[in-house]
Design a protein around this ligand. Structure first.
Ligand SMILES: Cc1cc2nc3c(=O)[nH]c(=O)nc-3n(C[C@H](O)[C@H](O)[C@H](O)COP(=O)(O)O)c2cc1C
Length: 180
């Protein structure tokens, strides 16, 4: 689909995050006409609490849900923390999972990628994010996988690594192709 909008959710709040750099690269390699936009406010989203999950939910939550509602697809870019999903990302998924059965990403295609220091590139976090986001209602495209050991960046921006550029381009193109 041309003019598709892909919302990027980032599992790291760190300024120098390699996953933030991967998110930048996703913007670079997107097909012409596609908008790839990072929601860069996950650090402002409070812990999920059903008591405040109503029409008056905190503004960052409403902004997150509005961005998700506008998007045609989601690209999650995340490191692995202690063998699992970073809390900031899991919290965003929990907010996005509600209203139950009518979440903003319900049925929309999603892919999960990222980099981590370990030799498996954060694959546990990526597998668990696929599981969690799928339960939250997104249509996770299971085949679109990219878990990169951060050492392969050699301290440089991922756009300097031709294999990473090619692999991420493939993921973004296939994700956009999933948009109906
Ligand atoms: C709290 C914490 C837990 C971590 N746990 C893991 C882990 O389980 N597996 C792994 O490969 N790397 C782990 N790391 C290292 C991260 O992969 C590494 O710091 C990575 O660069 C973080 O991503 P970022 O650069 O996008 O912030 C951990 C880092 C932190 C801060």
């Amino acid at each position: 689909m041309s003019n598709a909008k892909v919302l990027v959710l980032l599992g790291s709040l760190r300024k120098e995050s390699v996953n933030r750099q991967l998110a930048e690269l996703a913007t670079d390699v997107a097909p012409a006409g596609t908008t790839v936009e990072l929601f860069d406010r996950l650090g402002e989203v409070p812990f999920y609490n059903e008591d405040i999950d109503n029409d008056d939910a905190p503004e960052p939550v409403r902004a997150l849900r509005a961005a998700a509602a506008e998007a045609d697809a989601a690209l999650i870019v995340t490191p692995e923390y202690n063998g699992s999903i970073p809390g900031v990302l899991k919290n965003a998924i929990d907010w996005l999972s509600r209203p139950y059965g009518n979440s903003a990403f319900a049925g929309k295609p999603a892919a999960v990628v990222g980099a981590a220091l370990g030799q498996y590139g954060g694959v546990w976090a990526h597998d668990e994010t696929r599981k969690s986001f799928g339960i939250a209602g997104a249509r996770v495209v299971e085949d679109l996988k990219l878990s990169i050991p951060a050492a392969s960046f050699d301290g440089k921006h991922p756009r300097e690594n031709a294999e990473v550029v090619s692999d991420l381009r493939d993921v973004v193109e296939k994700l956009v192709a999933e948009v109906g």
